[in-house]
Design a protein around this ligand. Structure first.
Ligand SMILES: [Zn+2]
Length: 638
């Protein structure tokens, strides 16, 4: 899902904002594990010019361990009225309280026993905080006279238009979707169009989804459409129907542009294995909600390549495998974001891709804190957090790509994840970790602990000294962006450049300050830290010229030898305690020296160690109230 249009934002963000204020009583998911839903059948009448809906939803479910009172919990907006409810053909009692629908089953079904539920209901879903069922006009203009309505399930929109079990963990095996609307309007939906029944002034569209599908990926869009249909030929000779639904006025522009869908599908199949819904269809349906990856029919504003690449990526990551809980929505959104970036790299080149990665990094580091794994999965702003779930989730995968060592290793891990035992099911972060560990043969708990659950990101300072330009030494100092941040253990690329040398080496950084020594056959004069910008550290690749003792920090932190002591020259931007730590070239801490409380400004403070320092090179880390520490290198002579 991607919300991109400002018009959409202005219209819908007001609704989302309203939803926030009543989040506690509107978005609670259904945690009722006493039953599982296996199949749903919609028989619903909808209109493009209003959010009125009427008809029935049939569930086929099975019991797990029912409560003694045989009550099960569903979700349905309080403003929609339940007319009657049947359990295995017999009227059953229910209590529609707020947005919850409690049903008392007629029998106490034993575990695994199937049961059937049919719910007849009707009503308007028009309150301002509803996003799951919306009507507007094509091109946003009532003057065009063509109304459009759509459903929008992710993450909490289902109950706005149908009585559902509002929990992504309970995936359906299949679904039948009958939608009736007046002519000349049409309904686009999931799966295969089985048939269209004519009723003089109206039509019933029967769609059938034969593959497993999550509740929130069931969807419809109702308006006047032109359909563009052809057969997509896969590399292995198999074919899948392509069926796009575009506004009649958009055919000339969108028709040719949607040709990119075929190339995206081929690219993704090559990277991640077969499209999961080959025997049904794939298509893009035009709407005004940004993008939404409804299974086999993505809803997109237009044929923007980034948007279409994102929603199509979801067919692998989000639809074929769906996040088990909304805490791990990054398994949907971080994946679709990064996969679309990789498509853009393929189509627009590496410089374009690098700019996109940098802009995502800027967005993530615009605030110091936050985790990819969402701690509170019941707030819309957390589940679909653009900075953390989309961008930090995408950069997590970018770093996993780096850690795994190559695109081919990364693609193989993702392919085995999405075509393995989890295909057509649901997954959490730990399921993904287990899958990648199995594929790669690597222990990746450390990576997931740091980047999925860890707060913030690392901020690096780099000191290097190439006075002996054949044997440079480098020290990497790391500070977390928040006090809660973990130590981020990561491989780091260092590029050394001289007149006759340009070589990139990879070091393993696993300490708050870690020195490294190198030997080269030709003199090196420049060092580039993280030259390919793999790291989420809030910085672009940085070039340090020789003898620039340090650092990325704007202020100069220097250690100067005095007669019988040393001087630390530094500046701080706010008042607070300052201290320095001395490390030798093996990374061993030699001394920690408090320099007292210092006011904001520049200082030159003399210090000495209890025992004289042995001759050699040292790194000194300045610890102050600044967000990141600084390091300096100094020599002690004989
Ligand atoms: Zn998305």
């Amino acid at each position: 899902m991607r919300t991109i249009a400002f018009l959409v934002l202005s219209m819908i963000s007001a609704r989302i904002a309203c939803a926030q204020s009543t989040a506690q009583d509107t978005v609670l998911i259904d945690t009722d594990s006493s039953f599982d839903v296996n199949y749903v059948k919609f028989d619903l009448s909808v209109r493009p010019d209003t959010e009125y809906i009427a008809g029935s939803v049939e569930f086929r479910a099975h019991a797990n361990a029912l409560r003694p009172d045989r009550t099960i919990q569903l979700s349905l907006r309080g403003q929609l009225s339940v007319d009657s409810l049947f359990n295995d053909g017999t009227p059953a009692t229910f209590n529609h309280f707020g947005d919850k629908l409690f049903v008392t089953l007629n029998h106490s079904y034993s575990p695994s026993a199937p049961f059937d539920l049919v719910i007849y209901y009707h009503g308007f879903s028009t309150s301002p905080d509803r996003v799951g069922f919306i009507h507007t006009w094509q091109n946003w203009d009532p003057a065009t006279g063509i109304p459009i309505s759509w459903s929008w399930g992710e993450p909490f929109g289902m109950k706005d238009w149908w009585p559902c079990k509002d929990n992504p963990a309970d995936k359906l095996d299949s679904a039948d979707l009958y939608f009736t609307c007046d002519k000349p309007y049409m309904i686009g939906s999931n799966g295969t169009l089985v048939g269209v029944a004519d009723h003089d002034t109206s039509q019933t569209f029967h769609w059938h989804e034969s593959y497993p599908i999550d509740h929130y990926l069931l969807a419809f869009v109702c308006t006047q459409f032109d359909t563009l249909t052809h057969w997509h030929r896969w590399a292995d000779g198999d074919s899948t129907k392509i069926m796009h639904f575009v506004f009649p006025g958009s055919v000339d522009t969108m028709g040719p542009e949607l040709g990119l869908v075929d190339s995206i599908l081929n690219l993704y199949e090559g990277w991640f294995g077969p499209y999961a819904f080959r025997k049904e269809k794939y298509g893009i349906a035009q709407w005004h909600g940004g993008g939404m990856e409804n299974e086999t029919l993505s809803f997109c504003n237009d044929a923007d390549s980034g948007l279409v690449a994102h929603e199509t990526a979801h067919q692998w990551f989000g639809d074929a495998i769906t996040c088990k809980t909304w805490n791990d929505c990054w398994l949907n959104e971080g994946f679709a974001t990064y996969v679309a970036d990789l498509f853009m790299r393929q189509n627009h080149g590496v410089p374009y891709f690098n700019d996109v990665i940098s802009s995502r990094e800027q967005n993530v580091t615009s605030q110091p804190d936050g985790t990819v794994h969402t701690p509170d999965s019941l707030l819309l702003t957390d589940v679909l957090n653009d900075r953390l779930v989309y961008d930090k989730g995408a950069l997590l995968l970018h770093m996993l790509n780096f850690v795994l060592g190559s695109d081919s290793a990364f693609f193989r891990c993702l392919r085995e994840y999405v075509t393995g035992p989890l295909r057509y099911g649901v997954a959490g972060a730990e399921d993904f970790r287990t899958s990648v560990e199995k594929s790669s043969g690597r222990d990746l708990k450390w990576f997931f602990d740091e980047w999925v659950y860890g707060d913030g990101y690392p901020i690096y300072d780099v000191a290097w000294n190439a006075q002996d330009s054949l044997h440079p030494s480098v020290a990497i100092s790391q500070t977390g962006s928040t006090p809660n941040s973990p130590l981020f253990t990561m491989p780091i690329e260092l590029e050394f450049i001289g007149s006759d040398i340009d070589t990139t080496v990879q070091v393993w950084d696993d300490a708050p300050l870690k020195p490294f020594g190198f030997t080269f056959s030709n003199p090196v004069t420049r060092l580039v830290f993280d030259p390919h910008n793999w790291l989420l550290d809030g910085s672009l690749p940085r070039t340090l010229a020789v003898h620039s003792a340090i650092s990325s920090s704007p202020s100069e932190f220097r250690i100067t030898k005095l007669l019988n002591s040393y001087s630390a020259d530094f500046s701080v931007d706010k008042s607070g305690p300052v201290s320095i730590e001395i490390y030798d070239l093996l990374g061993r801490q030699i001394a920690m020296i408090p320099l007292g409380i210092q006011e904001a400004g520049s200082h030159s403070i003399p210090w000495r160690t209890e025992t004289p320092l042995s001759p050699g090179a040292y790194f000194c880390r300045l610890i102050s109230e600044r967000s990141n520490d600084e390091i300096a290198k100094f020599m002690v002579g004989n």
